[in-house]
Design a protein around this ligand. Structure first.
Ligand SMILES: *Cc1c(COP(=O)(O)O)cnc(C)c1O
Length: 400
């Protein structure tokens, strides 16, 4: 096979293949649906932590997305990619004083996560007030009580944002009021297991309720609903972007006017998951008891870095004709848990055959590591062309 062959990447396993068209299609689907249901006054933030590849950040930027960052390091990284500070949404629980103040002076969209950040604002008030900074507050409330068994944190509650129930949110509101600093936004990112419409309805309702209760409506310029959407493919029982955008917009419109309130979305997995596919080839086969074990050159760590129990969406390319009762495809590492796919009554896999794992663009590459192997190759598919964008850097493994 030569490099002209558009499937030549299959010779370089393990590898990720990024599908530019799918990425853009996901992005446009999200944007168009929200613009239709809310208004043109919509801003999408690219969640850098979900996939920090330069090439994707660049694409997102070209498409008019803001950068959504959750650390000083990501803020700096966004700047290095040419982002204007005004176009950075600064979230997360670990902002340093230096970065927080700089972001506020330069009109980044800053969502305050905790009271320490309020203390920093109090302390440095004189420096920042003349810049009329954009300050939003991240809400923490008992979402689990409103959406039973749906949130990731569960009954113990989320650990992010300013708690409404415990009065920390009110404290932040009053402190900013004392300083005559306007609260221009609310941030409501929640991680849920279900990604349901019910969750987003409750988030939007809470945004209204809190804004009315604390008399924030006259100053609110944005509602940032965060990420947490299901997306990139249509599956029965899962909400579509059309349904998300309608539910969120209809609920928010009961108290906010789309002409002067921007709706911000921070889709991570919904934008990225389906844009990347993973390939790995079979290196050897063995039998243990009644199982045929196939070891591939990749690892579960590359597609499911927390090794959580989860169904993978895959395709196998088996050259054997006979069906085998039980086969297990395992990763190359020494972890017993590094088992990728279990097959029953499928065609026999042989050395040199390969597997394809779909929808691996979110929360995978950021966790690539140097455990036993250097990280996989990365290829980019655009139009009919496939290019290598990350080599397997063997040298690096010994340098760091
Ligand atoms: C991680 C994160 C996102 C992206 O979340 P998804 O569930 O992948 O959509 C958005 N906003 C914030 C604040 C985040 O921490």
């Amino acid at each position: 096979m030569t490099k002209q062959n558009k499937e030549y990447y299959k010779l370089y396993t393990p590898c990720y293949l990024i599908d530019k068209k799918q990425f853009l299609s996901n992005l446009h689907t999200i944007k168009e649906n929200f613009q239709k249901e809310w208004s043109k006054n919509v801003l999408l933030g690219y969640s850098i932590k979900t996939n920090h590849l330069s090439m994707l950040i660049q694409l997102a930027q070209n498409e008019g997305m803001a950068a959504e960052v959750v650390s000083d390091d990501e803020y700096y990284y966004a700047l290095k990619h040419g982002y204007n500070k005004k176009n950075i949404i600064f979230n997360g629980p670990q902002k340093s004083e230096q970065y927080l103040i700089d972001a506020l002076k330069n009109k980044s969209i800053v969502n305050i996560d905790n009271l320490e950040e309020i203390n920093i604002i109090k302390k440095r008030y004189n420096e920042i007030v003349k810049f009329n900074p954009k300050i939003g507050l991240r809400l923490n409330f008992d979402l689990e009580a409103l959406c039973e068994k749906e949130t990731t944190a569960g009954e113990i509650g989320s650990r992010f944002g300013l708690s409404i129930e415990n009065g920390e949110f009110e404290q932040a509101v009053n402190d900013l009021l004392d300083l005559h600093i306007k609260i221009s936004g609310l941030h409501l990112h929640y991680s849920t297991k279900t990604r349901s419409l019910n969750v987003f309805e409750k988030l939007a309702e809470k945004a209204c309720e809190v804004s009315e209760q604390y008399d924030l409506i006259p100053n609110i310029r944005y509602i940032d609903i965060g990420g947490g959407f299901w997306g990139g493919r249509i599956l029965e029982g899962k909400p579509t972007m059309g349904e998300y955008s309608r539910k969120i917009s209809d609920t928010l419109k009961k108290c906010f006017n789309p002409d002067n309130v921007k709706l911000i979305l921070e889709p991570g997995a919904a934008l990225l998951a389906t844009a990347v596919t993973y390939y790995s080839s079979i290196k050897n086969a063995r039998r243990v008891k009644d199982m045929l074990y196939l070891t591939v050159d990749g690892s579960l760590l590359h597609i499911n870095p927390f090794l959580i129990h989860r169904q993978v969406d895959y395709k196998i390319y088996a050259s054997g004709e006979n069906r085998v009762p039980k086969q297990t495809i395992c990763g190359a590492t020494c972890l017993e848990k590094d088992r990728i796919i279990y097959l029953e009554n499928e065609k026999e896999l042989r050395v040199g055959d390969y597997i394809q794992i779909n929808h691996v663009g979110a929360y995978t590459m950021g966790f690539n590591n140097y455990f036993i192997n250097t990280p996989p190759y990365i290829f980019l598919k655009e139009d009919m062309k496939v290019t290598l964008i990350r080599d397997k850097n063997k040298k690096l493994m010994f340098e760091i």
